[in-house]
Design a protein around this ligand. Structure first.
Ligand code: NAD
Length: 485
């Protein structure tokens, strides 16, 4: 198996951890070792922050047009090495290569291109009174810290890097220790295109050792964090000690509402995707399907049939559409929830097992897409985020009941609702307590609109102008124009 010995990227140099310690990196689909990453600590973070501070004056002094050109060059570079990035992402995560080629890597390219373009279109606001006018400009924050999870590694990292760079900040980033490869490949690309050293710095390692020192560092002025709710709480507490700007994109327990007038074929396909894309490991996946009672049985049977068509196995095969979970530890967590569902009186309708695969995939962290019915709203499996291929079915009788079930968890990230009734779509969407509602679709993203969650799903919004706002400090300039005497 080819080995990838990933290093930190600090001031344009590839470096190991100063302690020389490393962590092994395993391919989840085979459980084989594929290399190592530095086990970085505070001393490595300090070096990276210093590099970012040194690079800040020059980078922030570039015109927005120059920064926009850099973002566009990065997008072109990822495009040039598209297959390489896709293969690395699939190897590191165990997700199907087709998903990397159709979602992860195209979206990373789009993130850089999108912020390159809106940077040049973003207006300066101007306000006039009889004897004055005011305008405000966005100033860079300085050094910002970006911390990301393993489920969409380059997609989510680039969603933060692009607007942070666009606004003239310099960066210290920490990807998940489970998925370092595409972040490292991005650094190799930056070196190749001559990107200014120190503007983007990358630290690898465990969260507590390598990310917490970024959050607590006095010279880091903002933290954009995407990850679990429990980690987000800790990040929030640490960051608040030094009054940093903070954006938290956290977990979800998203409802999917299916009304009886939804066209069955199209809805089954959409709901199947929203339940199990990326093995259910997308924060936006709908893990609770609420179905109007009059179509419950038909919908259930059609969804079971669709799930049985899944092609599970070697993620590098073009026709595999269901890969492995991120790790054996994560599979055990999902299995615990399946057992809990049974203990809580649920019935497993399909899945619930490790699939039987040939070597070397028999050693991988695969788990079948699983559907459970018969659970009460108060059950842990209904209330807690599993973040895997375990989805529950519940019946509702009325719109009010559907809303009550949809809103009755501690999370509030996203929902999808499936109906042909336009008035109901608007009425129900407005009453769901989430940051995003999709109607008759799922995961369709216009990058200009706000993205984020309510309740335990996060604090703040990113996307379009809101990302530019987050990664900058507004400064007002008020000019007295005087009176005519
Ligand atoms: P995680 O919280 O375990 O880790 C996320 C990142 O935080 C990793 O880089 C990790 O090393 C780092 N980290 C760990 N401890 C830390 C600490 N004490 N201080 C600072 N950083 C620390 O999450 P995960 O398991 O990698 O990802 C899965 C979670 O992410 C799920 O809950 C999922 O819903 C959530 N997620 C949310 C969104 C969103 O946009 N809302 C998107 C993707 C994933």
């Amino acid at each position: 198996m080819k080995q990838f010995h990933v290093q930190n990227f600090i001031a344009g140099q590839f470096l190991g951890a100063q302690s020389q310690k490393t962590i092994s990196n395993m391919a989840p689909a085979t459980n084989q070792n594929i290399g190592s990453i530095p086990q970085s600590q505070k001393e490595d973070v300090d070096l990276a922050v210093q590099a970012a501070l040194n690079a800040c004056p020059t980078w922030s002094a570039l015109s927005s047009n120059e920064r926009s050109q850099w973002l566009s060059r990065i997008a072109q570079g990822i495009e040039k090495y598209f297959d390489d990035f896709a293969a690395l992402e699939s190897l590191d995560t165990g997700k199907p290569i087709s998903l990397c080629k159709n979602l992860d890597i195209p979206r990373a390219i789009q993130n850089f291109r999108f912020f390159s373009e809106i940077l040049n279109q973003s207006p300066t606001r101007y306000y006039e009174l009889s004897q004055s006018f005011s305008y405000y400009r966005r100033k860079p924050l300085g050094v910002v810290g970006l911390i990301t999870p393993w489920n969409l590694p380059l997609y989510l990292l680039s969603w933060k890097i692009a607007p942070a760079l666009a606004m003239g900040n310099t960066i210290v980033a920490k990807p998940s220790e489970l998925t370092p490869l595409t972040a490292h490949r991005l650094c190799q690309l930056l070196e190749e295109i001559g990107f200014p050293p120190g503007v983007f710095n990358l630290i690898h390692g465990y969260g507590q050792e390598a990310a917490e020192p970024i959050v607590s560092h006095k010279k880091v002025n903002a933290i954009s964090f995407t990850g679990g709710t429990a980690t987000g709480k800790q990040v929030n507490q640490t960051a608040s000690q030094s009054f940093k700007k903070i954006s938290l994109e956290l977990g979800g327990k998203n409802p999917t509402l299916v009304f009886s007038d939804a066209p069955l074929k199209q809805t089954i396909e959409g709901v199947f995707k929203s339940s199990f894309l990326n093995q259910g490991q997308i924060c936006l996946c709908g893990s609770r399907i609420l179905i109007e009672d009059s179509i419950y049985e038909d919908f259930k049977m059609a969804l079971i049939k669709r799930i049985k068509e899944c092609r599970i196995g070697d993620p590098s095969h073009d026709d595999t559409n269901f890969g492995s979970l991120i790790s054996h530890a994560h599979r055990e967590k999902v299995e615990k929830y399946v057992q809990m569902a049974k203990d809580e009186g649920g019935k497993v309708l399909v899945g619930g097992q490790r699939p039987k695969l040939v070597a070397p995939f028999n050693e991988g962290a695969f788990f079948e897409p699983t559907l459970v019915e018969g659970l009460d709203q108060t059950c842990k499996v209904i209330q807690e985020e599993v973040f895997g291929p375990l989805v529950t079915l519940q019946k509702f009788h009325s719109e009010e009941e559907a809303l009550q079930l949809a809103n009755d968890t501690g999370y509030g990230l996203a929902a999808s609702l499936w109906t042909q009734n336009l008035s109901r779509a608007h009425r129900v969407a407005a009453k769901i307590e989430v940051g995003t509602v999709w109607v008759n679709t799922w995961l369709l993203r216009d990058l200009r609109v706000p993205f984020g969650g309510v309740k335990a799903s996060g604090v703040g919004r990113e996307g379009g102008e809101l990302s530019l706002d987050f990664f900058s400090e507004p400064q007002t300039i008020c000019m007295f124009t005087g009176s005519s005497q």
